[in-house]
Write a protein that binds this ligand. Structure first.
Ligand code: HEC
Ligand code: HEC
Ligand code: HEC
Length: 587
């Protein structure tokens, strides 16, 4: 696989928790021999609204880049075909694809990096490949994975192979057995894909799955969806979709220090583990939840990409809408809205303002910067351009809770929701921490937005380093030139890798490029200095090695890196100007 796109999330080794888990695990070793809990959930909602025949398979522009495969082999037994179609609906509603696929590779072949504070877990291949996927799994093994979070195999000889709870089995454990079997029938109907699983990079002792036993004893109490008496059929169906399949609480519920959802704070707003996104309060709280939204507004947001009042889904929520909610029949999403209306209002955590004097200057600076950088699209009054550029005025998503999402959006930009529209550019590599904080505070307090001007350079710095992009240069699409006097030589063969942080103005890249200059080999290797976007290293041209300091520039089109430029003197009057064009398949 030469085209890899890997995101390494920062490791924050809270090893202590892991160690405690491991100790508890050993104390409770006796439990290991016990068979996994088998209590089957009460019958879920099983009348799927004419289900999968309505599911849209065509990718919308800007989505995760992988097409949803329609069920394979529907010929033959009618009953089996109906089971596969139901499984297709359930798999889309369970939003399995974005986690179990990597852009540019077949769906469900795994390889997606899921960050945790303890390291990265890569999702496995769940196509029916007998060699690399789950083609040999029995029904019982698949049920055990989905319902109990236990894979076939052993850990430390005696323990079952517990899954990391990044696989949302805590939600899927609420699915009925019939529904789990339908998901399996759908996955089994797909073409097997021979792509090997990638090894996880969890730090010791969290790399020992046995340690997860303690976590499970403390936090995993599987139970079916709890329906309240008096709920209509639609609301019950919505509850099953939200709790068992869509796992909305995996993001929208705050987590405790051991990364478990806090049950008493369901849907009151949470930070997404090891990422810069905050999933806001979606309880019925009036001030900062969905209390002030009409049913129609929620439906439009969840299914049609939002409106000019509440804005468009972005970040992690965009994948949920793109790959799952927008593809479901309208009735199912409307049932989700019915259920959300029953969620008891809860306040979100409001962060305190630390320095009022500093904030005032920051808002003034933010106004100037806003007019320089943002107004050409979002307009001076923040009102945007109808159906193309979203409104930032009166936009609850922006002033609700803490400023993290607004900052993350400026840092990373995002893709257009509708075809033929503009993208939100990436400002992370252009603006400083101070500047982004200033714009944030201006936007959160202007044009009728009631947010707190609580962003500081520190807030921005905290959100920046979370995403590192690794680029594989071993593709024919990279190009570089070496300038010698007036002569320009072109190279098309570059090998090496580059790692850099996509959201920083300062350089965080280590690069190793090797290429040919006519018949003379050229090698450039180095690491970036902390500041000034310089690559400090060695150039070897025709056998002679020289120290070099090259300028490094990252160029973005919207939020995709499109080229790297390395330039500067490499000795004997030669100047290297390597314009390394990257296509999206590089990363
Ligand atoms: C939030 C991301 C995420 C979502 C959503 C998700 N998975 Fe997973 N899944 C993972 C990760 C990560 C693992 C590996 C866990 C581990 O190594 O302990 C995994 C493991 C599995 C396994 C075990 C496979 C093996 O070879 O060990 C199966 C089966 C599975 N997922 C099926 C599903 C299905 C079906 C859905 C949708 C209903 C789904 N997953 C949704 C991330 C996800
Ligand atoms: C080239 C035009 C352009 C510029 C310049 C621009 N934006 Fe955007 N912005 C967009 C587009 C287009 C979207 C919607 C993208 C989508 O829906 O996928 C967007 C979306 C947003 C959103 C999300 C709103 C919502 O509720 O969905 C925010 C916040 C935002 N921009 C803030 C800013 C800020 C702050 C700046 C200046 C630093 C800025 N933008 C500069 C085009 C632009
Ligand atoms: C993978 C994480 C994730 C999952 C799963 C998820 N969300 Fe979100 N959601 C977010 C993030 C992050 C935001 C903030 C970005 C935005 O406003 O678009 C958000 C925003 C929202 C908003 C807008 C709130 C506001 O104040 O603007 C609603 C409504 C919402 N989600 C509902 C849901 C529902 C319902 C589900 C389950 C069907 C769900 N979400 C599942 C991450 C998630």
């Amino acid at each position: 696989m030469s085209n890899q796109y890997t995101r390494h999330r920062g490791l924050r080794p809270i090893v202590a928790i892991g160690a405690v888990s491991a100790v508890l695990a050993i104390i409770t070793i006796a439990w290991a021999a016990q068979p996994a809990a088998q209590n089957p959930p009460a019958a879920g909602v099983t009348t799927w609204s004419a289900a999968a025949t309505h599911i849209a398979t065509h990718p919308k522009p800007g989505m995760s880049g992988t097409d949803l495969p329609a069920p394979g082999a529907l010929s033959g037994n009618q009953q089996h075909a109906a089971l596969i179609r139901k499984g297709y609906f359930l798999t889309v509603a369970g939003d399995c694809m974005p986690c179990h696929s990597v852009a540019g590779e077949p769906a469900y072949a795994g390889g997606r990096a899921v960050g945790t504070p303890f390291g990265t877990v890569f999702s496995p291949n769940i196509t029916p490949s007998k060699r690399d996927g789950i083609g040999r799994w029995t029904d019982q093994q698949f049920w055990n994975a989905m319902h109990n979070g236990i894979d076939p195999g052993r850990s430390l000889l005696v323990f079952p192979k517990y899954q990391y709870p990044v696989m949302p089995y805590t939600a899927y454990s609420k699915l009925t057995r019939a529904d789990v079997m339908a998901i399996k029938a759908y996955l089994d109907s797909l073409a097997p894909v021979q792509i090997k699983n990638r090894p996880n990079t969890m730090v010791f002792p969290t790399d020992l799955r046995a340690g997860l036993l303690a976590w499970r004893l403390l936090f995993f109490h599987p139970h079916p969806v709890k329906y309240q008496p008096g709920w209509s059929k639609d609301t019950r169906h919505g509850a099953y979709l939200v709790q068992a399949l869509e796992h909305c609480d995996a993001c929208h519920t705050p987590r405790n220090i051991a990364m478990a959802s806090i049950a008493t704070r369901t849907l009151a707003g949470g930070h997404i583990t090891a990422q810069s996104w905050y999933a806001p309060n979606i309880t019925n709280a009036k001030s900062d939840g969905l209390g002030g939204w009409s049913n129609h507004a929620i439906l439009t947001y969840l299914r049609d990409g939002g409106d000019m009042t509440h804005g468009a889904p972005f970040g992690k929520m965009k994948t949920v809408v793109d790959d799952s909610l927008s593809r479901l029949p309208k009735q199912d999403v409307s049932d989700i809205v019915d259920y959300l209306r029953t969620v008891k209002p809860q306040p979100s955590h409001a962060p305190a303002i630390d320095n009022t004097a500093l904030v005032t200057t920051s808002i003034a600076a933010g106004k100037t910067l806003y007019h320089d950088e943002c107004a050409r699209c979002h307009q001076n009054n923040g009102e945007g351009v109808n159906n193309n550029i979203p409104n930032l005025a009166h936009n609850q998503a922006l002033w609700n809770g803490n400023p993290d999402n607004l900052i993350a959006m400026m840092l990373g930009g995002f893709e257009p929701w509708h075809h033929n529209q503009s993208a939100m550019p990436r400002f992370g590599a252009i603006l400083s921490d101070q500047q982004i904080a200033a714009i944030t505070n201006y936007v959160r307090t202007s044009w009728g937005n009631h947010g707190k001007p609580d962003a500081t350079a520190g807030t921005v710095a905290r959100l920046r380093p979370l995403e590192t992009i690794e680029i594989d240069l071993n593709t024919g699409s990279t190009q570089a030139t070496l300038q010698h006097g007036k002569a320009t030589r072109r190279f098309t063969d570059i090998t090496g890798r580059a790692w850099f942080n996509g959201n920083r103005t300062d350089c965080r890249m280590t690069a190793s490029l090797a290429t040919e200059y006519g018949k003379r080999p050229v090698q450039i290797a180095g690491a970036c200095a902390d500041h000034g976007n310089q690559l400090i290293g060695l150039a070897t041209i025709n056998g002679k090695t020289k120290r070099i300091a090259l300028r490094l520039q990252q160029n973005y089109t919207a939020n995709h890196i499109t080229s790297l430029r390395l330039y500067g003197p490499v000795g004997k009057g030669r100047t290297l100007d390597a314009q390394i064009a990257l296509t999206t398949v590089n990363y």
